[in-house]
Design a protein around this ligand. Sequence first.
Ligand SMILES: C[S@@+](CC[C@H](N)C(=O)[O-])C[C@H]1O[C@@H](n2cnc3c(N)ncnc32)[C@H](O)[C@@H]1O
Length: 346
Amino acid sequence: MSTNIKHSQNVLKFDAKENNMTQKMNYNNQQKSNNKLKVGGLFAGIGGIELGFKKAGFKILWANEIDKNAAITYKMNHKHKLFEKDLKDLQTEEVEKIDILTGGFPCQAFSLAGYRKGFNDDRGNVFFEILRFVDDLEPKVLFLENVKNLKGHDNGKTFEIVINELESRAYHLNYKVLNSSQYANVPQNRERIYIVGFKDKKVYDNFKFPKSKKLTKTINDLLDDEADEKFYYHKSKYYAQLKEEMLNNDTIYQWRRTYVRENKSKLCPTLTANMGTGGHNVPLIIDKKDIRKLTPRECARFQGYDDSFILSNTLAPSHLYKQIGNSVTVPVIEAIAKEIKKALNV
Ligand SMILES: C[S@@+](CC[C@H](N)C(=O)[O-])C[C@H]1O[C@@H](n2cnc3c(N)ncnc32)[C@H](O)[C@@H]1O
């Protein structure tokens, strides 16, 4: 046999071997992806909960969101199917079966800052839509997020209904209020209640909420030196008042319609959905140049989103502020999702 033929046979053999290996790797990756627990997300917003679960190794199959602008951000950042409609119009037959159902259901109805109407408020009633999905899809795990005040709302009656409804469907529930500043190494003071429910009592017994984490990041770690002109306040009619009242450049202030509040904890105050509108809850700082509000990008960082998360400049800043204020602190979700994974032993 000539050396050339021998050589090409060896190359062929090598190619076949490599092909086999690639096929095996693809197959293994496919298997790994098939073995991943599947998640469906309700009230998805811009997908902070979905992102946290994805980072923890879950596979997101689909999500639902009614708001067109939130859906724009969602679709720019996630590849899975987004059903863009009112949850009331989404049939459970339309979605794929999942192992985990998540939902940070609208909190205004329960929030102290909202109308205190609870289940009588239409936005509170969407909780019953979640139950329809629980009944029809029977997920192994439920993950719900809400404002801390869900527990105290209406002398605890609202929370009692939430718990009773889920327990009557044979879920074993665990819940806890976590502050983002203590569980995510993110300097935002944000207390939220997280409810985790398991069908299997053994998995429930295995589950523990994550341990607290040391906060090493400071406000200044997440701020840009300066920002676009439109974020500055020198043309505001309140500028003189702000100049007088805002003196520290290592803290975040909050503009409350007519006065400014200094945050003494060295944390970013809770970012809210209305922070971009009407002079309410607007987070303000003094930077190198002057007094300005936080940019949407900086707010996203205070929710633990890294800068690869796309915030479209086709959307007005007011929409972006609302979306980020409505969202979750992603690393808190990731930490809880990892504990869920441990409990499920996958
Ligand atoms: C508190 S936010 C959840 C944000 C989300 N966890 C995130 O990370 O961005 C609640 C979301 O529910 C959506 N929503 C409210 N009512 C809805 C309904 N009936 N059907 C579908 N989505 C709804 C709102 O548009 C909002 O984006």
